[in-house]
Ligand binder design. Structure first.
Ligand code: K2U
Ligand code: ZN
Length: 177
């Protein structure tokens, strides 16, 4: 297994609409295993393939208390939504940002599991939030898209500055001299 790099907002690769998985192959299984290792190490409770730069509709998550109940969702889709719920969200691709987001309280989900079997189930609570957050990733949508333009731009500028500094480049203003 391998830990993968997680793309950071505003990387444009986070904006692609991922392609459906055409077969739950051993390669998809290896990718799911690498994504789970990456998610646990972050740490996080969910991860979408687009966050590690892979154009496939694949999600892993583990919302269990002990982090010992990994789940793999291939081509997950939301069949129905009901109610609304607001919860504070974070994102491994938007480090250090936690904001309230309103989403459906309950969702009916259809997916393939890691063995290619069809799943159809109702989700609520943290599972519902996490699945909606991850399927958004597969559609190129980030939780910051639910915030105001002003907030989103402030977050973008801060993260771009941090990324420049992490690469050892001076702040943008200094470069202008
Ligand atoms: O997609 C991701 O970046 C993974 C998120 C999933 C998530 C977002 C919002 C609400 C629930 C799950 C990360 O796990 S964010 C980090 C985190 C860790 C523990 C609990 C909540 C969020
Ligand atoms: Zn996220």
């Amino acid at each position: 297994m391998a830990k993968l790099s997680i793309l950071q907002f505003p990387d444009p690769r986070l904006r692609i609409r991922a392609r459906p998985v055409t077969g739950v192959t051993a390669e998809i299984g290896r990718l799911a295993a690498d994504m789970l290792e990456t998610m646990y190490a972050a740490p996080g409770i969910g991860l979408a393939a687009t966050q590690v730069g892979v154009d496939q509709r694949l999600v892993v998550l583990d919302i269990s208390e002990k982090g010992n109940e990994p789940r793999v969702f291939v081509n997950p889709e939301i069949l129905a939504r009901a109610g609304t719920e607001t919860m504070q969200e974070g994102c491994l691709s938007v480090p250090g940002v936690f904001e309230e987001v309103q989403r459906a309280e309950r969702v009916r989900v259809r997916s393939l599991d890691g063995h290619g079997r069809v799943l159809e189930f109702d989700a609520e609570g943290l599972l519902a939030v996490c699945i909606q957050h991850e399927i958004d990733h597969l559609d190129g949508k980030l939780f910051v898209d639910y915030l105001s333009e002003l907030k989103r731009q402030r977050i973008r500028k801060r993260l771009e500055k941090e990324q420049r500094e992490a690469r050892g480049k001076p702040p943008a203003a200094a470069r202008a001299i």
